[in-house]
Design a protein. Sequence first.
Length: 140
Amino acid sequence: MRALALAAGALVAVAGAARSEALVSDGRYAMGTILEITLAARDDAAGRALLDELYAIAADLERAMTLFDDASDLARLNRAAGRGPVQVDPELVRLLALSAELAPRTEGAFDVTVGPLVALWKDAAQRGRAPSREALAAAR
């Protein structure tokens, strides 16, 4: 998967576009939310083309790393947790390593290990009561 390299390249290109004339923005549904990208480009057409490429990268990442598809590398990795090794795309390994570095830097605002807490709160909402302190501690 070339996603991280392309995304990094796009960010460098955008950062270098300080004297650009067109500010291009779009929002699309991706990864369970609205992914909004705004970038500067030499013109609207170039900006739209880059947006399309970035959203294609997001779609590639979602296919490989979603928990909503049992065949994705991330879903397979989660199922195998604690039971032994599983082969996954090296991009996923790099992304998870980067994610582990970002969690403390963001004081937990970005935390890819939040899944058990999300599931716990979803279940609690369906039952109409907050999870216990013990359940919250176990989910962390």
